[in-house]
Design a protein around this ligand. Structure first.
Ligand code: ADP
Ligand code: MG
Length: 359
């Protein structure tokens, strides 16, 4: 059975829209699932319901096949009895203890034998790269090191499930990237099952075996990173993961997952669609700036545009284009701007990188 199973989870705070609104997904053992979404979409509340720190309003949560929360049956297992590890945004370490004492604490608390504790603490400190820091007072460490202590403390007793709530967001940019990549290695090396919450797309892609995109308390799509990026199920998912271009048009027809859309003066575009669009519908076509092929005439979706502005940014150039009265942004990697403003240009929008949604 799944290490974590969430079925139709609802959490309301007072009246109004629920903070979590009918969320369902599972986390198989050894997998890392990332919940990704903007601030306020219900990620932390979902995590806190799993931990038992919030009392759900409805639905069911099971950990390793055991139901830990089901309000309809008056069932609620306390946080202590859930065998969960948690790492938060703030560095939750005990300031009056050394690094070793911090990491040993959960084992002492669980009444493990002393020899056993020492070996496990040493092994876990090595794992998180703090092998040489065992006897340091925890307050002498940097933010990144304190977060490693917090991580070690929640890994040392090998909980069935590790919950991480934006653990890197208080670190500076360079450290965040470093610890992010290392976190992936540590979690995979230990075979931990994890539920990780973030608003950062790159973090989600690096860490997640699957990503669940949330908005307004609802889970919009749960899929491996490649699928979220290449087949966004929803216009919000497309936009949140970086498809900043939106072209408006009217659906002319649809064959399977390919829709043909009239963009007005720009002409017709073919686009992939996950929705049952039909002729006459108003549609939005979303696409990434980096998928615009400037100066190319492909087999399909060839357009004529005009360069309004080009912004050279060193390793890349961003172009603002006019496409039959609609705006289109294009991005080219490379150290030179190849196209210049006020010129007409042919461009191709590969159909598999154009995604159509009902407006
Ligand atoms: P996220 O972690 O995605 O930023 P949260 O789960 O923290 O989102 O919050 C989801 C929604 O629930 C927000 O509208 C937030 O204001 C509300 N909320 C969270 N905790 C409480 C609380 N203890 N009391 C009332 N409203 C809350
Ligand atoms: Mg949060």
């Amino acid at each position: 059975s799944a290490a974590l199973l969430i079925e139709d989870l609802v959490k309301k705070f007072g009246t109004g829209r629920p903070a979590v609104d009918g969320v369902s997904f599972d986390v198989p053992a050894g997998e890392i699932v990332v919940l990704l979404g903007p601030s306020g979409c219900g990620k932390t509340t979902t995590l806190r319901c799993v931990a038992g720190l919030e009392h759900p309003t409805g639905g069911r949560i099971s950990i390793a096949g055991r139901v830990v929360s089901e309000p309809e049956r008056g069932l609620l297992v306390s946080p202590r009895e859930r065998d969960i590890g948690m790492v938060f945004q703030s560095y939750a370490v005990w300031p009056h203890m050394t690094v070793r004492q911090n990491v040993a604490y959960p084992l002492k608390h669980r009444r493990k034998a002393n020899g056993d504790i020492n070996a496990k603490v040493r092994e876990t400190l090595e794992l998180v790269g703090l092998g040489d820091y065992a006897e340091r007072p925890v307050t002498s460490l940097s933010g990144g090191q304190m977060q490693r202590v917090a991580l070690a403390r929640s890994l040392v007793y090998r909980p069935q499930l590790l919950l991480l709530d934006e653990p890197l967001s208080n670190l500076d940019a360079k450290l965040r990237v470093h610890l992010r990549d290392e976190l992936r290695r540590i979690l995979k090396q230990t075979g931990m099952t994890g539920l990780y919450v973030t608003h950062d797309q790159t973090e989600a892609v690096v860490l997640g075996d699957r990503i669940g995109v949330m908005r307004n308390g609802k889970l919009l799509q749960m899929a491996p990173p490649g699928e979220i990026y290449n087949r966004p199920a929803d216009a919000f998912v497309a936009n949140f993961t970086g498809a900043s271009n939106v072209l408006l048009g009217k659906v002319l027809g649809r064959t399977g997952e390919t829709a043909t859309i009239d963009l007005g003066a720009a002409g017709r575009i073919e686009a992939w669609t996950p929705q049952p669009l039909s002729a006459g519908d108003t549609a939005r076509v979303a696409l990434r700036a980096e998928n615009v092929r400037l100066g190319e005439r492909g087999d399909r979706n060839v357009f004529s545009g005009r360069v309004l502005e080009c912004r050279y940014q060193g390793m890349q150039t961003v172009y603002d284009l006019d496409l039959g009265g609609q705006r289109l942004e294009a991005l080219e990697l490379g150290t030179a701007a190849r196209h210049h403003a006020n010129g007409d240009i042919a461009l191709t929008l590969p159909p598999e990188t154009c995604w159509a949604y009902r407006d």
